[in-house]
Design a protein around this ligand. Structure first.
Ligand SMILES: Nc1ncnc2c1ncn2[C@@H]1O[C@H](COP(=O)(O)OP(=O)(O)OP(=O)(O)O)[C@@H](O)[C@H]1O
Ligand SMILES: [Mg+2]
Length: 366
């Protein structure tokens, strides 16, 4: 399984040998930390790092073909943008692009949602309804969170992909459809197969062309550029000229971004709302995670009267946040062994939550 997993991972991140051409004019730089013009715009996606340039090459290769695509990647990495970019760069541009979140629809309704239903085919079916496949005819169907689709539906989906024809619920005739399917999952597809969440035959059908979207922490060059892009957009909308503080810049580069680009975008937005001029992303990040401790630049501020154990925990979490979740580095800074740090973190996990359950900690890595 490990070999298969490695082979899959290599295939889904391998770059083609074409040059990536920026699609549109890069955004203008305005009072930002570093030049946003380094950021390539590729369809709906932005990125300057090598992993993103490789991703753009893969998209450029596959977009004009008819191949089904399976996009994998952590939550918030931009899978939806990859799907819409493939559609935009395909010959199907101008034809429908229909998206269905398979995890957000009840198992009872998903068949009718995918394939449509005839009038009177079940209680409540008062009129004929066209499903996503029919609505996407000639274009692209994006099946998000495909591993959340019930197994019996996966069999039916596979049949449509193999025959190119579908039958509405309650219908008796099969009708041909011409749909390119792009699916996405934030699970590792092969692990999803092992856990019986994804049928292997559907996986092979969908992943004619697998694409793995890299996590933000694997493309650190993009962090500041994206942050500047988001800030630039907010400044433009609000006619302001807010800037990041120096400490924000350090924090953003060191934090490990478990929520990826979505987390970065939301954090910049939150800091933007709270700041008059200079934005301190560190304080905003820490106050969201370390209630009631407040950080001010490199400091943790605690009210007099705080319990010693609380103060210790807040310092540990602030240091972990400062080190981007790296426990080894955090232990060094705190002057304790890694084992001691683990023990303290376990102590925290076992303590009852106070302050309305607000005790949370940043996720960590080694
Ligand atoms: N490369 C990028 N350039 C610009 N914005 C991005 C990029 N990647 C992600 N984003 C932004 O981050 C947010 C999350 O992106 P998206 O919804 O595509 O992620 P996802 O991988 O589908 O997440 P999930 O698995 O949780 O559904 C969106 O607001 C999107 O616009
Ligand atoms: Mg998504």
């Amino acid at each position: 399984m490990t070999e298969r997993l490695n082979a899959y991972n290599q295939l889904s991140t391998a770059a083609g040998n074409q040059r990536v051409v920026p699609r549109r004019t890069p955004p203008r730089n305005s009072r930002l930390l570093s030049p946003t013009h380094l950021l390539t715009r590729f369809g709906d996606l932005y990125g300057a790092s090598v992993p993103m340039q490789q991703l753009f090459k893969l998209i450029e290769r596959v977009a004009p073909t008819h191949a089904n695509v399976l996009i994998s990647g952590e939550s918030g990495t931009g899978k939806e943008l990859v799907a819409s970019t493939i559609h935009q760069m395909s010959g199907r541009l101008g034809k429908p692009y229909v998206a269905l979140n398979c995890g957000g629809i009840s198992p009872q309704l998903i068949e009718a949602e995918l394939f449509g239903h005839e009038r009177g085919s079940f209680t409540g079916a008062i009129r004929m309804h066209k499903g996503c496949f029919e609505r996407a005819d000639g274009g692209t169907l994006f099946l998000d969170e495909v591993t959340e689709m019930p197994m019996e539906m996966q069999v039916k989906l596979l049949r449509v992909l193999e025959t190119g024809g579908l039958c509405r619920v309650g219908g008796d005739g099969e009708m041909p459809v011409d749909v390119r399917v792009i699916a996405a999952t934030n699970r590792n597809p092969l692990e999803a197969i092992e856990k019986n969440l994804l049928r292997s035959d559907l996986f092979y059908r969908l992943s004619v062309f697998p694409i793995a979207v890299p996590a933000l922490r694997e493309r650190k060059e993009d962090i500041e550029l994206l942050a500047n892009l988001f800030l630039g957009n907010l400044n433009k909308q609000a006619c302001t000229a807010k800037i990041f503080s120096r400490i924000s810049r350090r924090f953003m580069n060191e934090y490990h971004w478990p929520g990826n680009v979505r987390e970065l975008k939301n954090l910049v937005h939150r800091a933007f709302i709270l700041a008059d001029k200079e934005m301190d992303v560190t304080t905003v990040a820490m106050s969201a995670k370390l209630v009631p401790a407040v950080t001010n630049g490199d400091c943790v501020i605690l009210p007099v009267g705080s319990k010693l154990a609380d103060a210790e925990q807040q310092l540990i979490f602030a240091t972990l946040g400062h080190c981007g979740g790296n426990k080894t580095r955090a232990a060094e800074l705190l002057g304790v062994s890694l084992k001691t740090l683990y023990n303290r973190l376990n102590d925290n996990d076992n303590r009852p939550a106070e302050n309305g359950g607000a005790r949370t900690k940043p996720s960590t890595s080694n």
